[in-house]
Design a protein around this ligand. Structure first.
Ligand code: S3P
Length: 429
């Protein structure tokens, strides 16, 4: 297990780009593989999670080339995937396993999907249950609720599904299965989760209709290969936004960031805390809004976070906790129980780690209270194998007393392999 020690920074300055959006990268491989014709992807994220998705489709007979700049997928059409010869290993990637399970449910072959020790603990019932309702045959550990999942694909029937959780992975798994179902499949969720699938399905020519907090997909429509440009991942940019806000005298321009409104909860939250974030040069690329984000150091104040903004910032809570630890007053987070079933239990992980750094934190079932402090302490903290915990603590280190050692940081490669060099590049010492 590799550890890293990050020293405090005087400031954070410069101009950067962050790697491509993870969610959009997954979807562009998946839809490219089952479309007719060629799909090209520029800005594809070459993190371990996305490489797992790429490997899965190669194992199903899809030719995918990568020249380091552009990924080219030779689409096989809706019915052109082949039975994989071995189990499909999704590594740490929840998006790979859940979306693939939906797609595989509609194929005319057998497949098994699994993942690493963390993924095999994460709940799969949320996708298995609606897919079984569509007629899928899926077996797995603990009554089909944990990976490995064995999927005997076949004919599916359309359903109308009211999802109990706001989850883009659940919604997208059902949408992918819906492409193979007989009729119109609908999913409605309590509040809208990220809508990258809806946007990309439309781009590829799928027959779909969006409505308030939901979507309907008509089965059987063939897709057409596209040229996709993937914007920088706002979830990766978030670490640098907070780094610039909490260090004095900082000014950082983050170019080419995806600002899909279902993902910009982080900007809304940081602005309500008093953060200076300006969106420049707003534009649209491949059906997704994009901008450059200019961040200046700011005095942050505590706020109350709950409601619809929570799914719009769901992956950013570890770094929001760091912002809260540096803010004046008591920040509260509620309605965020989903954080307990991410790559690790992110409420417990951040509470434990922030306490190690001398911050007063109280945990509750669906959130936490964080009392901001003048200066974070130093010490050794744990990633728990979760990339976003590791990167958030690295941001905390920039404003710590004497630096922070973070244990088990290999996991950063799942979503942001160039994170540490980029952090060093912008951190003035
Ligand atoms: C994702 C959806 C979210 C998010 C994850 C990526 C996606 O998960 O946390 O990092 O690409 O669909 P949930 O669907 O579990 O909320």
């Amino acid at each position: 297990m590799k550890s890293i020690t990050i020293q405090p920074a005087l400031s954070v300055n410069g101009e950067i780009t962050v790697p491509g959006d993870k969610s959009i990268s997954h979807r562009s491989i998946m839809l490219g593989a089952i479309a007719n014709g060629v799909t090209t992807i520029r800005g594809f994220l070459r993190g371990e999670d996305n490489m797992a998705t790429m490997g899965a489709f190669r194992a199903m007979g899809v030719r995918i080339e990568d020249d380091g700049e552009i990924v080219t997928i030779h689409g096989q059409g809706l019915r052109g995937l082949r039975e994989p010869a071995d189990i499909i290993d999704c590594g740490n990637s929840g998006t790979s396993i859940r979306l693939l399970t939906g797609l595989l449910a509609g194929q005319s072959f057998f497949s098994v999907v699994t993942g690493d020790q963390y993924l095999r603990k994460r709940p799969m019932k949320r996708v298995v249950e609606p897919l079984v309702r569509m007629g899928a045959r899926i077996m797995g550990r603990d009554k089909g609720t944990l990976a490995p999942l064995a999927i005997t694909g076949g004919a599916l029937n359309a359903i109308g599904y009211e999802s109990p959780v706001s989850s883009a992975q659940v919604k997208s798994a059902i949408m992918l299965a819906g492409l193979y179902a007989d009729g119109e499949t609908s999913v409605r969720e309590p509040t809208l989760s990220r809508d990258h699938s809806e946007r990309m399905f439309r781009l590829f020519g799928a027959s779909l209709e969006v409505f308030k907090n939901g979507v309907t997909v008509r089965g059987g429509t063939e897709l057409t290969g596209q040229e996709i440009g993937v914007p920088g991942d706002i979830s990766s940019a978030a670490f640098f936004m907070v780094a610039a806000l909490v260090t004095p005298g900082a000014e950082l321009l983050i170019r080419n960031v995806g600002i899909n409104p279902t993902r910009t909860g982080i900007i809304d939250i940081l602005r309500s805390m008093g953060g200076s974030l300006e969106l420049l040069h707003e534009r649209e690329v491949s059906g997704e809004p994009v901008a450059d984000v200019l961040v200046r150091s700011s005095r942050l104040k505590a706020i109350q976070i709950s409601g619809d903004v929570v799914p719009r910032a769901i992956d950013e809570f570890p770094v929001i906790c760091v912002a809260a630890a540096c803010a004046e007053g008591r920040t509260t987070v509620r309605g965020a129980k989903e954080l307990r079933v991410k790559e690790t239990d992110r409420i417990a992980a951040m509470a434990t780690n922030l306490r190690t750094l001398g911050v007063v934190v109280e945990e509750c079932d669906d959130g936490m209270d964080i009392l901001g402090t003048e200066r974070l302490g130093g010490g050794t903290v744990e990633s728990y194998g979760d990339h976003r915990i590791a990167m958030s603590l690295s941001v905390a280190a920039l404003v710590s007393h004497g630096g922070i050692t973070i244990r088990d940081v290999e996991c950063v490669a799942t979503s942001f392999p160039s994170f540490f060099p980029l952090l060093e590049q912008v951190a003035g010492r």
